[in-house]
Ligand binder design. Structure first.
Ligand code: BDR
Ligand code: CA
Length: 311
């Protein structure tokens, strides 16, 4: 199984990504989950990550708390999308499994040093603060990372927190810049692809119909979370972002994209956090990411549903 660390700011869609990974032990070995401030403050994301593990029956999973604010900026959150807790929707009990004492950044550094080079993949579902902080603290780990598969950015589709920026990149653009400049192979799931993964009513109903408590809670989360996007996008269901990352690990054939150069805007007030993607190769800047542009949405939801059915 492929070894990964999930760095996350749950978030209902983060929860879906984590559940998909934890439901797939034959293919994915989750070494640990690191929480970061993003959708909601760290106090909530470190709690939410454990709630999701408990839903999956994985009270043995190690969850670490990381950075409570971006490298250089005040935190921007998204309660308007995710609700006050970040996992609004279902009624979920407070977690009882412990939070690890170690800081998430130290866990990242130690884990990458302890495993053979290029055998650990980082799956990032939130602002890139923890990962960037680890790279700053221990630059020797950079070349040890196998790959980064991330949800972040947007190009043709524009932004979702400003007209030009996607939330995860906008919250910590300096961290994103460092990660995109690291030389590590990156697979990027931008809004362009996650906006194809719509939580249509029958898709959510199918998840609900699986009947197990994890799937039931997931359906309730998706119903809460999509209500905002439905009003906003006028579509029959809001986009599901973060599970594109874990679905890619399981079935890369559901996705297609191209190798592009991606740079992060960190100066402009107007377009802060924009991912400038050289899709048409109009510069000679070297490609630094596989930018996904298309997804097989039905295949994706079939996979998610089948895996949630395993709980
Ligand atoms: C991203 O921002 C968060 O609101 C979601 O969890 C996702 O990671 C989408 O822009
Ligand atoms: Ca997220």
């Amino acid at each position: 199984a492929r070894k990964i660390i999930i760095d996350t700011d749950p978030g209902q869609d983060d929860a879906a990504a984590i559940l998909l990974a934890l439901a797939s032990p034959d293919e994915i070995d989750v070494l640990g989950i690191t929480a970061v401030a993003g959708n909601v403050p760290l106090e909530m994301t470190k709690r939410n990550a454990r709630i999701v593990c408990e839903l999956a029956g994985r009270t043995d999973m190690r969850v670490f708390a990381g950075c409570d604010k971006p490298l250089q900026r005040p935190l921007v959150t998204a309660e308007h999308v995710h609700g006050k807790t970040g996992l609004d929707g279902p009624d979920l009990p407070e977690p009882t499994m412990p939070l690890q004492e170690k800081h998430a950044v130290d866990f990242l550094v130690e884990t990458l040093r302890a495993h053979p080079e290029k055998t650990v993949t980082l799956c990032t579902l939130g602002p890139l603060t923890n990962v960037a902080m680890a790279f700053e603290k221990a630059p020797d780990i950079i070349e040890r990372v196998q790959e980064i598969v991330m949800m972040g950015g947007g190009y043709f589709e524009g932004g979702n927190i400003t007209p030009s920026a996607e939330f995860n990149i906008y919250v910590d653009p300096e961290a994103a810049k460092l990660v995109f400049g690291s030389g590590i192979p990156i697979v990027m799931m931008p809004l362009d692809v996650t906006h194809q993964l719509l939580c249509l009513k029958d898709r959510v109903d199918r998840i609900d119909g699986l009947g197990n408590p994890a799937a039931k809670a997931m359906a309730e989360m998706l119903r809460f979370y999509e209500r905002f996007d439905v009003e906003k996008y006028g579509s029959d269901g809001g986009p599901l972002h973060d599970p594109a990352v874990t679905a890619y690990l399981l079935k890369p054939e559901l996705f297609s994209g191209r190798e592009c150069n991606v740079e992060i805007e960190v100066n402009s007030e107007l377009t802060l956090g924009e991912t400038v993607i050289d899709w048409w190769r109009v510069t000679d800047r070297k490609p630094n990411a596989l930018v996904i542009g298309k997804a097989d949405a039905q295949g994706f939801f079939d996979l998610l549903t089948e895996r949630l059915g395993r709980f």
